[in-house]
Ligand binder design. Structure first.
Ligand code: ZN
Length: 144
């Protein structure tokens, strides 16, 4: 199943992020039509953030901890509760309003690339989430 391939490869890539190989990351993105940010650091930040969100046993607490450290060391916001950074360029801002101004000031190409990237991650995140929800539904016979 194509979706499973995508999930498995994504999990493998995220689990090996600590010893990342830029060629592997670029090949993965090309294979699944994920738009690659021009800045390598922004791209890695996106992957580390994805790893923080993933709820799959293959991604350990230790890996999530490493991602937090990586994000902080490279000047990114490692908190998934705070969103005071531009969603496109990840620049930090003191207020949400300032971050939104930066977001809105990006050009059409940047906006469209951001949407494409988010849709791919959202899809894979939802896929994992639905698997766990469906497990609970079955276990407690919520859904018959
Ligand atoms: Zn920005």
């Amino acid at each position: 199943m194509e979706n499973n391939d995508f999930i498995n490869e994504r999990n493998k890539l995220l689990s090996e992020l600590d010893s990342y190989n830029m060629d592997d990351i670029v090949n993965y993105c090309k294979k699944y039509n994920i738009n690659i940010p021009d800045d390598e650091k922004v791209m890695l930040a996106g992957l580390h953030k994805a790893r923080l969100y993933i709820i799959n046993p293959i991604i350990t607490d230790k890996m999530k901890e490493n991602s937090k450290i990586w994000l902080l060391e490279h000047g990114f916001n490692a908190s998934i509760d705070e969103h005071y950074h531009c969603l496109i360029c990840e620049k930090p801002y003191p207020t949400k309003q300032d971050a939104d101004i930066c977001f809105k000031n990006h050009n059409e190409k940047e906006h469209l690339r951001w949407v494409a990237r988010e849709v791919v991650w959202m899809k894979s995140y939802m896929y994992d989430l639905m698997k766990y929800i469906s497990f609970i539904d079955k276990k407690y016979k919520i859904d018959d």
